[in-house]
Design a binder for this molecule. Structure first.
Ligand code: R7I
Ligand code: MG
Ligand code: MG
Length: 348
């Protein structure tokens, strides 16, 4: 049923899977489906397993978000910032974006009073529009039942490293997509995309967002613009990988990856001729995300979170889980978030 434990577990575990499995092709421009299927099918190999695929910054930071939300029973920006900084200092080699490293180093300073300031200093004071806020946004949807809180805290959580509206609004969109998927909203794909569009109409209507879009020479309400393209593409019978990349992107910017991840989920709700018949929707979503190339770990991680919230944990093949570092921890944390979520809903 809606907001079931299975959906919570599916969301967090499939996000880790997307990151770990997608890492293989990160930054590769053209990824033939053949290569994707070879990689994905190798996960079923009995001799693998035991977490041989390592997770990257996507999972490392999402796990900080989860631990912070659980420990503080809500959002605490100082605690979350401290966890990001500590995680980076312990494991700096997880493939972090080249800009965000500066922020993470500054966040480690005990003298820092405004935890949002290091993020504001990025890129000549404009802040990062990378997808690093969005890649770790799913847990906000698993901690707060109320959409207004999901939006508010996903935004603030992203702003600890991404102060450009094109960065943090991507996090809001990703968290909203997971929020809706947890409620079973993907049973009605048209309503799902229309709801996201109307939510983002409001999110992107403020002066800061309008100004950032103007300065960066993007369309007015850039995420809404991309979501309209997602809606057009999902209505098309046949759509090529090239069309998806040229319409939506597969890059490291939130604008070029969050709507793309949402499209991957929508496109894979039904069987596709170029994907194996024995694949369920979740496997299709992950495989398809990798075939787009570009920022594959992050697009598969975000698509995985949304798809996992829709299909539930039972849809994830066990051998995949065994191959991915951090998948078991994510499962345990999903159970804890499920308890927090239902406590919060009783309290409010
Ligand atoms: O967004 P971020 O945390 O990176 C996340 C990505 C994911 O794919 C992860 O898997 C990992 O591989 O990295 O890190 P940032 O450094 O904030 O942003 C990522 C990149 O986007 C930067 O290194 C820049 O190349 C680019 N970028 C910008 N370039 C110019 N001007 C982000 N913001 C700007 C900008 O304002
Ligand atoms: Mg990564
Ligand atoms: Mg990435």
């Amino acid at each position: 049923g809606p907001t079931s434990l299975s959906r919570f577990r599916g969301a967090l575990v499939a996000a880790v899977l997307g990151d770990c499995v997608g890492g293989e092709f990160e930054g590769v421009e053209e990824v033939p489906m053949e290569n994707v299927l070879r990689h994905v099918n190798s996960l079923e190999d009995e001799t693998k397993g035991n977490g041989i695929l390592e997770y990257s910054d996507d999972t490392a930071m999402a796990s900080c978000v989860v631990q912070s939300l659980l420990t503080r029973a809500g959002f605490d920006e100082h605690d979350m910032a401290r966890r990001f900084a500590k995680e980076y200092s312990i494991s700096p080699g997880r493939g972090y974006g080249s800009g965000v490293i500066q922020v993470l180093k500054k966040l480690a300073s005990p003298h820092l009073t405004d935890v949002y300031q290091p993020a504001r200093d990025q890129f000549n004071g404009r802040g990062s529009f990378g997808n690093g806020g969005a890649m770790r946004a799913a847990p906000f949807a698993l901690a707060f039942p109320d959409a207004a809180n999901v939006k508010k805290f996903a935004r603030l959580g992203a702003m600890l490293t991404h102060s450009c509206s094109l960065g943090y609004n991507g996090a809001v969109l990703q968290a909203l997509a997971v929020h809706l998927a947890l409620q079973g909203a993907l049973d009605l794909p048209q309503t799902f995309i229309n709801t996201l569009i109307s939510e983002m109409e409001e999110v992107e209507s403020d002066e800061v967002s309008r100004n950032d879009a103007r300065i960066l020479k993007e369309a007015e309400k850039p995420f809404c613009n991309r979501l309209h393209r997602v809606r057009d593409l999902m209505d098309m019978d046949k759509v090529t990988i090239e069309e998806v990349i040229s319409e939506l992107g597969n890059g490291i910017a939130a604008l070029q990856s969050v709507p793309t991840a949402i499209f991957c989920v929508l496109h894979c709700l039904q069987p596709r001729q170029y994907l194996p018949e024995n694949y369920g929707g979740l496997e299709r979503t992950i495989a398809y995300s990798l075939a787009l190339g570009g920022d594959t770990d992050t697009i598969a991680c975000m698509a995985g979170a949304i798809a996992g919230a829709h299909y539930g944990v039972e849809a994830i093949p066990q051998p995949w889980i065994r191959c991915c570092e951090g998948a078991d921890d994510a499962d345990v944390n999903a159970k804890r978030l499920h308890i927090l979520y239902h406590q919060v809903s009783q309290g409010s």
